[in-house]
Design a protein around this ligand. Structure first.
Ligand code: HDE
Length: 740
């Protein structure tokens, strides 16, 4: 018998582990492996040489209903090793035991040296055709649809680290175009710590845990990080982004993406343009607040991973518009005085608008994390015709690194034959043999020129969609280890970022610096970083200095006077809210008809309703359909919710351990369950929308809030309260509730 009755299925929320519910009893009849859940998909079926293939990977994964060895021999017992008598010893002859343990011993591969922690999804990119005048890339012509695989990541932490740490996020997109793979391997911040790839090991060694104790994990709040960035001041602009709310995104779905470097586009006549790539999320750019990020790291370390998978499973497909800022390809490679080859600089959108060129939609979760998310190999040098690298010295170094790292990580130069990495274009490369060779190559002459294979493969002529190496002119130069003088300005754009933020965002930046430097032990490091802050903005510097208990130094460089760029702020607009979670807290006395109506209205608006009650199971008794409880007072926590609805009062549940539960810093009241008080006080402090009806006001007053505060809608009518909350959610937070 299935444990899930019809009612539970109808109320299903994302996250169930498999496409079919298990029975309570251990099964006695074999059956074929379960198909993936409807939201899941594997890599498209392509051969190692890029041929659309009828063998889908699902069929190739497991066959038959009985357990076998890797050689296909059926096994009758996998629970007992072969022994000399029931008390042993174990016999070396037991092939099944040796094979099982041997394979298990080698299940892990080295994690990525950076960006180890990540989550991915399948999707489609549809080109508007608006870039067709700039590039001959086939996938950027009008209405061309291209399958993609997208992986988001943090940079510093290990594979098992928490999602919500303060860090830069990776935003890597593999386009399987008909002309070969194009990888846009970007970040959620438009600038980078360093201007030259040769410094990459330095910044990463500084950011990773200290080499002696191997702490802290996935954090920049430690001495080696601030030691490096305060000495190496070209990192200050990127650091400013990290300390802003961009460093703690609410969701991967709500992050901007940036190619960071300037790239070169080539049209069919060979004319070139310089561009910067931007991904603009349809859901808007939103962040957590710091306390929320810290709580989530403990309560749900998989916060972003779960959010992405759940959103896709619930049909709230994340979307981003791809856009380009376009600059003439002049010999100086500058725009409005900004060096386009300096990856620590942006070009403000007010100076060069982002022109939309296509839309990306993520529609399917991977069906196997290791095979897809872990084994996908992006490369900043995977270009297709019509797109090429510039001389940005950071990008140039990346062109080497991404091929090289796969040899250690994926163990073979044949990593492009792993299903998720297989191009969807014909591959005929004359690369041969090597570990894990999947292709059974034909012919006898993998060399050119040859006559034995009829001279094949031929090289493509210019008119045959071959990759275009632009004959780009280089200025006369000498071989030097130097940077251009234009790379010397390390502070003006950090200041531009600071002055473009709203006061609430600036508060968060000041608090983040104070926290991070406050976690450092060395006084010299703090003083040095304060000097860098003084060169960015004296007010910011003074606020951080006060928090650290140190004097604020004077600037040592003239302060720049840039025009603010409003596009850099996240506050002040409204956005779609599909896929967000809404908690509905139902107490024993709640009007279940209202709970049902609001739950259905939340789902109908494309959000995920989570009914929260004292215990699991169902709420019933009014003669209507039982209401399934998704979270209990024990399992619910505010960080999971974007908004909370109170279905009336929430009196003390019988299992509340008042002494214990109130320790969690919630205000106490004999009339309100302490866990609900904690939930509401956190939602209030994090400036989330809160709604309610019936006697809900009492809960708010019990936690020190007022029903008339910003972002709170308490009405007699449940549906109207929900409508009010839905409207509030569009601006992400009740910004006016943040302390001035
Ligand atoms: Fe990376 N980076 N990177 N990086 N990077 C890697 O490649 C590297 C840089 C970025 O989800 C590695 O396969 C160097 C900038 C993302 O699989 C490695 C330099 C930007 C990902 C590597 C940079 C990025 C990586 C580690 C300085 C934003 C994750 C594993 C020149 C534009 C991709 C791997 C994924 C991963 C090297 C700087 C983005 C070692 C040497 C700038 C999103 O090859």
């Amino acid at each position: 018998m299935s444990t899930q009755d019809d009612n539970t299925r109808r109320d299903a929320i994302p996250g169930a582990p498999a496409s079919e519910a298990p029975s309570v009893e251990e099964p006695t009849e074999p059956r074929l492996p379960l198909v993936p859940k409807p939201d899941q998909s594997g890599p498209d079926p392509y051969s190692p040489t890029g041929m659309a293939s009828r063998d889908d990977h699902g069929a190739a994964a497991q066959q038959g209903e009985h357990l076998t060895t890797a050689q296909g021999v059926r096994v009758s017992d996998t629970d007992h090793s072969l022994k000399a008598g029931p008390r042993g010893p174990v016999l070396l002859q037991d092939h099944h035991l040796r094979e099982k343990i041997m394979h298990f011993d080698h299940e892990r591969i080295p994690e990525r040296v950076v960006h180890a922690r990540g989550s991915a999804a399948h999707g489609t990119f549809r080109s508007y055709g608006s870039a067709a005048a700039l590039t001959c890339a086939a996938f950027l012509q009008k209405d061309v649809e291209t399958p993609v695989f997208v992986r988001f990541s943090t940079v510093l932490g290990s594979r098992g680290s928490a999602d919500t740490v303060r860090d830069t996020r990776g935003f890597a997109v593999k386009f399987y175009t008909e002309e070969g793979d194009f990888d846009l391997v970007g970040n959620n911040m438009p600038v980078f710590f360093i201007q030259d790839a040769i410094k990459f090991p330095d910044i990463i060694h500084a950011g990773k845990p200290h080499p002696d104790r191997e702490i802290p994990q996935a954090q920049s709040a430690h001495d080696t990080f601030w030691d490096f960035v305060s000495l190496h001041t070209e990192a200050q602009h990127h650091t400013m982004w990290n300390m802003s709310d961009r460093g703690i995104p609410r969701s991967f779905r709500m992050m901007e993406g940036f190619g960071v470097h300037t790239f070169r586009l080539i049209d069919s006549e060979g004319a070139t343009t310089l561009v910067k790539f931007h991904w603009k999320p349809r859901a808007g750019v939103h962040s957590l607040v710091w306390e929320e990020a810290q709580l989530a790291a403990g309560v749900d370390p998989d916060f972003h991973r779960r959010d992405l998978a759940d959103a896709i499973e619930s049909g709230a497909y994340p979307e981003w518009e791809l856009g380009v800022q376009v600059f003439p390809d002049t010999p100086e490679q500058t725009f409005e005085g900004i060096d386009l080859l300096d990856p620590t600089k942006i070009v403000p959108e007010e100076l060069a608008a982002v022109q939309p060129i296509g839309i990306l939609r993520l529609e399917a979760n991977p069906s196997n994390f290791f095979a897809e998310t872990e084994q996908v190999a992006f490369h900043a040098g995977h270009f297709v015709r019509g797109i090429d690298a510039t001389d940005d010295p950071l990008l140039q170094g990346r062109l080497f690194s991404y091929l090289d790292t796969q040899l250690t990580r994926l163990g073979s130069p044949n990593f492009s034959q792993i299903p998720i990495n297989r191009p969807h274009a014909p591959v005929n490369d004359m690369l041969r043999d090597g570990f894990h060779q999947d292709a059974v190559h034909q012919g006898v002459a993998p060399y050119r020129p040859n006559s034995l294979d009829g001279g094949c493969p031929f090289v493509a002529g210019e008119d045959m969609s071959a990759f275009i190496d632009v004959p780009h002119e280089l200025a006369a130069s000498a071989k030097v280890r130097e940077a251009p003088a234009s790379f010397d300005d390390h502070f003006s754009q950090a200041r531009l970022f600071w002055i473009s933020l709203s006061p609430v965002e600036q508060d968060h930046v000041a608090q983040a610096y104070t926290f991070e430097l406050g976690k450092c032990y060395e006084q010299a490091v703090k003083e040095r970083q304060l000097q860098a802050l003084a060169n960015i903005d004296p007010v910011l510097c003074a606020r951080v200095a006060t928090g650290l208990g140190l004097p604020a130094p004077e600037p040592t460089v003239p302060l720049a006077d840039p025009d603010p760029s409003p596009a850099l702020s996240q506050v002040g607009r409204t956005w779609p809210v599909t896929g967000r979670s809404v908690g509905i807290v139902a107490g024993p006395g709640s009007d279940l008809a209202a709970v049902r109506d609001v739950r259905d209205a939340v789902a109908a608006a494309g959000l995920v309703p989570l009914v929260i009650a004292a215990t699991g199971g169902t709420l019933e008794g009014d003669g209507g359909d039982p209401v399934t409880v998704q979270r209990t007072f024990v399992t619910a926590r505010s960080v999971e919710l974007d908004a909370v609805l109170l279905a009336g009062a929430s009196s003390m549940a019988p299992d509340a351990e008042v002494a214990q539960d109130t320790k969690a810093a919630a205000p106490t009241s004999p009339d309100v369950d302490p866990r609900v008080a904690l939930l509401i006080s956190e939602a209030y402090r994090h400036c989330k929308a809160i709604g309610g009806w019936a006697d809900a006001s009492g809960v708010l007053t019990a936690v020190g809030a007022s029903p008339s505060d910003a972002g709170i809608v308490i009405l007699d009518n449940a549906s109207e309260a929900w409508t009010g909350v839905l409207e509030l959610m569009g601006s992400h937070r009740a910004w006016d509730r943040f302390p001035a």
